[in-house]
Write a protein that binds this ligand. Sequence first.
Ligand code: NDP
Length: 336
Amino acid sequence: PLLLITGASGFIGSQTVAAFLRHGYRVRLAGRNESTCSRMQSTHKAHAAQIETTIVPDITNPGAFDTAVKGVDGVIHMASPFTHKIEDNERDLIIPAVKGTEGILQSVYRFAPGVKRIVLTSSFAAINDFSKGLRPGHVYEETQWNPITYQEAKEDSKGLAYPGSKTLAERAAWDFLKSNPDAKFSLSTINPVMVYGPPFPGSLSISHLGESTSQIYDLMNGSLDDVGPTRMPVFVDVRDVAEAHRLAFETDQPGRFAMCGGEFTREEICRLFRDSGLGLEGRVPKNGVDKDAKVEQGNFGDQVQGFRGDVLGNGQGVSGNGAYEVEFAMTVVAEP
Ligand code: NDP
């Protein structure tokens, strides 16, 4: 089958493309410009025969995906800004997230009758109610929604605009299906907590790491004096998230898939760096590293229920393998 994948140049996107290629899919990768398209071609050059690229210059334009969707059998929509470095919540986060999602569904509806399933990369941010803190004892699962409104996300100044953009975009997708019951495709969403792990080889650029990888990199590049709070102390491995996109595309039980692999604190990551034997001691933040925030936070990882085991086949929770964190540290260090 031929799939259109957006956001394919990013951290999760590169691993997701690789997951589909390994399983024999043909992929059409959408990039914003020629240079992104040629970078994606070269990242996945081992599978050159399975890849085509297409330029979608602005995903917020009406009909932006009308041509890109033609002839495809499925769509993975991952393109959405993930950054807290923004000037205008609505312009820089909400509009690209929401319009991009609505636009691609509309284009599929009108021009891609062969599409049976769309997989949207949403987020745990669309499940979690951030106004309530970590809520020890609360069980998070796939029926829950971040209650943020458009207006609140637009006016926010406390870092809730990004979770807002993901919530509004996912809602827009489910609403589209409600308003268009004759649509020939079903929808699955992947709702991961913080996604960490090794960037796909050849996809990494130190100047464009992606938000989650930057958060780790900042703990080992000498830029921080204080370790800072662990706001979302749960992670899932990027390779599991990539595979989950494929499985969510293939399963006959579409739906919303929360993903969590385990818990972490920034203090733990600092310790891993310090003890790695890679000579990073001088670049890890000095203040706050030894305080054990994990005890204060409890077992948040166990509170995130979801990612139905029948789909991934290894039970709830996926693989919270600590070895990934060490390998990840080395991948980043080796790059520049
Ligand atoms: P990256 O920043 O590494 O990748 C983002 C991708 O989306 C890139 O391909 C980027 O293209 C594209 N993109 C971003 N903004 C736009 C825009 N306005 N128009 C067109 N394309 C755009 O982030 P991740 O790989 O981490 O994130 C991928 C998806 O996963 C996002 O939807 C994000 O919200 C979601 N997610 C991420 C989590 C994480 O911890 N990383 C956790 C939960 C969800 P370009 O290369 O041109 O910039």
